[in-house]
Design a protein around this ligand. Sequence first.
Ligand SMILES: [Zn+2]
Length: 121
Amino acid sequence: MSDTPKKQAFVLRVLQEKCPKCGEGHVFVQNSSFFSLPVMNDHCEKCAYRFDREPGYFLGAMYLSYGFAVLQGIITFFLALFLFPDLPTFWSIFLVLIVILIFGRKNYKLSRVLYIHIFPW
Ligand SMILES: [Zn+2]
């Protein structure tokens, strides 16, 4: 028997920022302002699963977020190199920084949700 549906469910739950236990509750508060830091719910609203287990639990998520930012920066740099071969290095770096800033909020949320799913209690 294939475990593909399980993997798809895992990826969907992470991308939709859902609870790792029930897959229905939201990890982050909905309707928060785009310009503020995302706020996590303490518990899942459906199954009461506690998201923040202990102080410092999400330190590991920083490494995931860093990895996402580096990956996005590398992809952006090579895309800029491919699409605009005459672009000066300064503008390539500037473009990379802009992309990292744009995706920063999503990286923050994605890294925490992925961390919860990788290391559930
Ligand atoms: Zn739940």
